[in-house]
Design a protein around this ligand. Sequence first.
Ligand SMILES: [Cu+2]
Length: 197
Amino acid sequence: MPISSDARSERKCGHARLLRILVVCCYALVAAPAATMARTFEVRAIMSKDGSQVYFDPVGLHIEPGDTVRWVQVNGYHSVSAYAPANGNHELRIPRAALAWDSGILLGEYPAKGSTFEHSFSVRGVYDYFCEPHEAAGMVGRIVVGEPGDGPGTRPFGYASDQHWKSVPRAAQRAFPAVSLIVKQGSVPAPQATQRK
Ligand SMILES: [Cu+2]
C-alpha cells in the first residue's frame, strides 16, 4: 500500500522526536556526571591564638578543572589574593590565561557572614596566592589544577626581573610546597597545623 504524504510526515516527526530523545539521553550520560563531579575543597585561613603563626591549611591542594576552592576565615583577618600584577604589582604566578582574583580582607570570623570566599578554577596549571596582611610572614598557598604544565607558577621566584614586579618575600618563598609533592599527596597540610597536634 502506498504511504500517504501525511503518514510520511508523521513518520518523519516520529524520527525527529526519537532523535531528540537520544540527544537528551546522550547529554545526560556524558554531561551530567561531569557536572556532578565538580567538587568544592575547603582551605582554612588561620591565626594562632597568640598571633605568632598565620597560615593557610592545607597549604597545597591538587584539584581538577571545574573544581572550586572555598576559603574559610577561622581566626584573624586575612585575604586570598592571586599572585598577579593586577594585585598590587605582585609577580605573576598563575597561568597566563587565568583570571586573577582578590577576596579583599574577609570581614568576619567563621561562621559570620563574609568570612568565606570561593573561586572556581577552569585553566590547568599552578596557582600561587597570598594573604595581603600576612604575606611577609609567609601566609601563602599553592593550588595545582590538573596537569601543572610549565606556566608562571612553576618558574623560579623573580623569574622576570625586567617586569619590576614586587618580589615574593623570603618567608613566603619558603612556605610554598613543591608542585610535585602537591600532585603526589593531593593535599599538603600546613606544617603549623601538624605541629599543633
Ligand atoms: Cu593572613
